[in-house]
Design a protein around this ligand. Structure first.
Ligand SMILES: [Zn+2]
Ligand SMILES: [Zn+2]
Length: 169
């Protein structure tokens, strides 16, 4: 599905890769990420002299959690793809991350580089709402939903002896 046949690409000059990678696909197996909808892959591979260029768009939605209160939040990506498969380079050569070695024969497997792009693009910090109040550091209550019984005195006990002094005077 995410393969480009190099023979055919050489013959035809370009190839479309249109795919929807479902949430249950093996693509996600080792990625610590929960897709909320299929990942839309819209790419075109193009022969560029001896090299191959893959360009297009990745779109998808993921189940994330609010950074403050940990409630589930759906966050999306809409990422431009630009990969260069360079002829004559070997795996492990010191190249930028989007420059990959072009195999001499067979096919390109786009799964790994695409998964890497997705992992980099998924937002790290998402919030369930503007001004999410988060969880009470004392008891863990979700302060968006309820008021807890912790008072600021309970949470910050450093001043208790001082208050005691004042009462004694
Ligand atoms: Zn929240
Ligand atoms: Zn509390």
């Amino acid at each position: 599905m995410l393969h480009v046949d190099l023979n055919r690409l050489q013959r035809e000059g370009r190839a479309r890769i249109d795919a929807e990678v479902g949430p249950g696909d093996a693509f996600w197996r080792d990625a610590e990420l929960k897709p909320h909808s299929p990942l839309e892959v819209r790419l075109e591979a193009q022969q560029a002299g001896p090299d191959v260029v893959v360009r297009g768009q990745l779109r998808g939605q993921f189940e994330l959690s609010c950074r403050r209160c940990l409630e589930p939040v759906v966050g999306g990506i809409d990422e431009e793809v630009g990969l260069l498969y360079r002829a004559g380079t070997e795996v492990g050569e010191d190249e930028p991350a989007d420059v990959l070695p072009l195999p001499r024969v067979g096919s390109l497997d786009l799964a790994d580089p695409l998964r890497e792009l997705v992992l980099l693009a998924v937002p790290k910090y998402v919030y369930c709402r503007e001004g999410c109040k988060g969880l009470c550091p004392g008891c863990g209550t979700n302060l968006n939903e309820a008021v807890c019984r912790c008072t600021s005195e309970d949470v910050d006990d450093r001043w208790a002896p001082l208050r005691q002094l004042k009462v004694d005077e």
